[in-house]
Design a protein around this ligand. Structure first.
Ligand SMILES: [Ca+2]
Ligand SMILES: [Ca+2]
Ligand SMILES: [Ca+2]
Length: 148
């Protein structure tokens, strides 16, 4: 059952091809813009991160351990491989903050005990949002991904 869930989430992560041609951050919006209004808000991020957490907390104990993080990392690696194939040009912004940084163990392990609780993961939504909202206008839209 969990495998099925992970596959579904993966499909969401990797379904970047429709918008991949020329819209900065297209893959990100595909995954995170729940109401598809072209802006990702903090509530959207928070809610989605709750879902992501539940998906990758494979035994459902409220903590993603380093061990469980292995599958999570693999899922994101698959996502990046997909973007590298489909999103040439606009996608290769090497010196910009990668959205995926907000998913890492390092970013979310606030108390440094080597694993990530649901409270930590969801609690980092605001910090991640601030990273993503590069122009500080309170929403994440294509302007936060393209050239200033
Ligand atoms: Ca939205
Ligand atoms: Ca767990
Ligand atoms: Ca913004």
């Amino acid at each position: 059952m969990k495998t099925l869930l992970i596959s579904t989430t993966l499909a969401t992560f990797v379904a970047t091809s429709v918008f991949a041609a020329g819209t900065p951050g297209a893959g990100f919006f595909q995954s995170w813009d729940e109401n598809q209004d072209g802006m990702v808000t903090l509530p959207e991020i928070t809610e989605k991160r709750e879902n992501v957490f539940v998906t990758f907390d494979e035994n459902g104990d409220g903590v993603i351990t380093a061990e469980e993080y292995v599958s999570f990392d693999e899922a994101r690696a698959a996502d990046r491989a997909n973007e590298a194939q489909g999103g040439k040009g606009h996608g290769n912004n090497a010196n910009r903050v990668k959205p995926s940084v907000g998913m890492t163990l390092e970013f979310n392990d606030v108390d440094g005990n080597g694993e990530v609780s649901q409270a930590e993961f969801v609690g980092q939504s605001g910090a991640w949002f601030e990273l993503l909202d590069r122009n500080g206008d309170g929403t994440v839209n294509s302007g936060d991904f393209g050239r200033p």
